[in-house]
Structure formats: C-alpha cells, structure tokens
Design a protein around this ligand. Structure first.
Ligand code: PMP
Length: 427
C-alpha cells in the first residue's frame, strides 16, 4: 500500500497541529502508525490522497448514516449554499429542523441548535443546573460527552484511548462537582442518590455507551436511572449525540421506551456539517435565553447550509424500513466477524445496536466498563492494521464503536468478512 502523500502531509501537519490532527483519536496514537489523509469519500468508501480505497466503518464518527456524499444531501447543500452561507438572522430551515426533531423525538417539545455535540452537552448541563438550582452532575465511567470541563472526569473516547482520564486544565473546583458511577451498576446508582440525590442537578448518560467501545444497558437499567432522577428531583439527560436517529429513528429513548428530561444530539442531524442540538421539556427549554435567563448563544448556530444537510439526511433515514435494514446489516457483519474469529481460534466478541457495534478481543459477555477494558487492545491494534492493509477502515482505537451505514451493502460486507478471515488468521 502506497502512503507517500499521506506521510508527507502528516509530517507537515505534525509541525503545525498538536499531534498532526484537529481531534486526538485521528492520530492513530493507540493503534500505532500514521493516519491516512482523505481525498474524498463516496457511499461506504473513503479514498485517501494516495488513491487507496477503504470500506469505512467510522463514517466520520457517526454522521454519515446514509453513506458519504449522498447525492440528495449534496443537492440540498448546493441549493442552500447558492442563497448564502450564513445570515445571522433567522432562516426557514432552522424552523424545519426544529419541527423534524420534535416530531421524531417526543420528549423534546423545544430544541436549540448549536455547532457540535460538545456545545450541546455543555448547554444541557447549564440548563439542568439553572433549572434545578443545584450544582452537582453525575456521569458514567467511560462515557464521553465532548470536551467540556465538567465531562473530562473518567471520560471515554480519546481520553480513554490515550489514558488521560482527568485532563490537566480542568479546575478541581469544577471537576469536584462531577460525580461518576459505573455503568450498568444498579446498586451504585441507588446508593449515590440516597447519599446526595438532593444536590444533583442532572445525570447525563450515553444510553448505549459508544465511547468505551459499545456497551448496552442491562434490562431495566435506564428505567432504574429514570426512577432515581424523578424521585430525587434531578434531571435525566440522554446524550444521544451518537445513538440519536441511529439505533432507532427516535434514538435510544425510543428503543428502550424512556422519556429523558433533556436530550443532546449531533452527528446525524448535521449530515456531515458541524451541528449539535439540545432539547427537552417545554418548561425547561423555555428557561433558555432569550425566552428565559439561562444564557446560551452561537454566531453560526442554525446555519442554513448545515440545516439543509441535516434535513436531507433526516429525510433519507425516514424511508420505510431504514433502521430495520441497518440492524440486519449490523448483525450480518458482526455474525460474520464472530464466525471468522472462531475459525481462526481467536477469542473475540461483538456487541451490537442497530447501526453501531463493538469489537472485543476477549470472550463475551461485555456489560460493564471493566469488561470492555479487559479486551486485548494489543491484539485489536494488530487486527486494525491487518484490516487496513486489506482495505477496511475500523475506528483507530480498541475503545470506539464502529458504524454501519445504509451504503454498506452485501458487497462491502462480504469484502470486509474476507479481509477479516485473513486478518484473524494473521494474528
Ligand atoms: N457526546 C457523545 C455521546 C459523543 O459521542 C460525542 C463525540 N463523539 C460528543 C458528545 C461530542 O461531540 P462533538 O465531537 O461534536 O463535540
């Protein structure tokens, strides 16, 4: 595989950007080696600057659920773009986007658009604190909610990949207000709320943890958290930046039948453009400025080009059977990977939700953060490179979920499984 141009770009980038990248996990630090630089993307494929073609299971970390460069999304962006890139006054596409979100997600009576998942979670926490008059928040080990100060405590994603669970630069006075729990531990949550429930503004959770690989909630766990929050007057915040519009049209809250007080979104609602959103009950959201006193704003929020990309993507995923088909393909992929590992005698396990999956180099089940951490990361790293050499791009970390899009058809999955048989054998 020729990587000359990527290598040249990474050498230049490394002098100019911290670690050569604008977001840590992209640097391949945990898997080793150097990242490739994208030239373009189409459907299920990424094509790099050296002309190598990869079946892509990262999908820009979630937004590309309908595949890269979908013609309908590109056409919508082109149409919007011709009218101007940003107005700084309200535009009709923002209203259409808000109408779509509240239609699809019944727990959200109102929403506010922002520019990233990080902004969405920061803002949701501010609303929780402002509305309850309390300061403490609860998060879960291994969950990642963006890089806001309050969330860089025992976080997942790149923080976990790089072994930096508590980032320097976060004042301890703030970090001390973040309490952490072990995901899927019923008793720990009960105990914490019994002790300090009256001081908790909100509990934020990835209902399916996609930033510590892919960990699913035990039966009744999310219901348990819902009940604890209600009982103690804390707000339940579902961070659906990853799961929203993916694991079901209505996200994890629809899949598991839970009504959170606030929800955060990103990725898919931007269709690949920088977008986030937070929303929830009217009584809470109407406390956000200028309707109420809780301040939050954004120069580019509700950007018309970004709204157009997101709306086109939301239209595509509302085609009948879209999510059922995504789920079927996720199972075909994961069943095939498990079979290939078995043939090669490699201890391996997958977890799945519709359109997302986790890969573990250990026997199952995987139900907790500790279970996920016990995966053989060194083996994953060798597997990652063996797949990359064979034209399949997995998330460059043993602790990130993978994503399947509607562009991953029979041919792409078959190619992936053929590569996997060789890669497992080469381990
Ligand atoms: N929440 C979750 C669950 C995420 O997965 C991410 C990003 N992967 C974020 C928040 C932060 O989003 P962004 O990177 O757009 O700031």
């Amino acid at each position: 595989m020729n990587n000359a141009r990527s290598h040249e770009l990474f050498t230049r980038a490394s002098q100019l950007l911290p670690g050569g990248v604008n977001s840590p996990v992209r640097a391949f630090k945990s898997v080793g080696g150097e990242p490739f630089f994208a030239q373009r993307a189409e459907g299920a494929y990424l094509i790099d600057v050296d002309g190598n073609r990869y079946v892509d299971y990262v999908g820009s970390w979630g937004p590309m659920i309908a595949g890269h460069a979908h013609p309908q999304v590109l056409a919508a962006v082109e149409r919007a773009m011709r009218d101007g890139l940003s107005f700084g006054v309200p535009n009709a596409l923002e209203v259409a986007m808000a109408e779509e979100i509240v239609k699809i997600v019944p727990s959200c009576a109102m929403v506010r658009m922002v520019n990233s998942g990080t902004e969405a979670t920061l803002s949701a926490i501010r609303v929780a604190r402002g509305a309850t008059g309390r300061n403490r928040i609860v998060k879960f080990e291994g969950c990642y909610h963006g890089h806001g100060d309050s969330f860089l405590v025992k976080a997942g994603s790149g923080v976990m990949t790089l072994g930096l669970p508590n980032s320097p630069g976060v004042p301890s006075a703030l970090a001390d207000l973040t309490l952490t729990l072990a995901y899927n531990d019923f008793d720990a949550a009960t105990k914490l709320f019994d002790e300090v429930g009256g001081e908790i503004a909100g509990l934020i959770i990835e209902p399916i943890v996609g930033n510590a690989n892919c960990i699913l909630p035990r039966d009744g766990y999310l219901q348990h958290l819902r009940a604890l929050c209600t009982q103690h007057g804390a707000l339940l915040i579902f961070d659906e930046v990853m799961t929203g519009f993916r694991v079901a049209l209505g996200g994890a809250q629809a899949l598991y039948g839970i009504e959170p007080d606030l929800s955060t979104f990103g990725k898919i609602i931007g269709g690949g453009m920088p977008v986030g959103a937070y929303g929830g009950r009217r009584e809470l959201m109407s406390q956000v400025a200028p309707a109420g006193p809780i301040y939050q704003a954004g120069t580019l929020s509700g950007n018309p080009v970004a709204m157009a990309a997101g709306l086109a993507t939301l239209e595509l995923i509302q085609a009948p059977g879209f999510h059922a088909e995504l789920e079927r393909r996720t199972h075909t992929l994961c069943d095939g990977l498990e079979a290939a590992a078995r043939e090669a005698g490699v201890a391996f396990h997958t977890t799945r939700a519709p359109g997302m999956f986790g890969l573990y180099f250990r026997e199952g089940p995987v139900e907790t953060f500790d279970d996920a951490k016990a995966s053989d990361a060194a083996k994953f790293n060798r597997f990652f490179h063996a797949m990359l050499e064979r034209g399949v791009y997995l998330a460059p970390s043993a602790f990130e979920a993978g994503f399947v899009s509607s562009a991953h058809g029979e041919a792409e999955i078959a190619q992936t499984l053929e590569a996997a048989r060789a890669a497992f054998a080469a381990l």
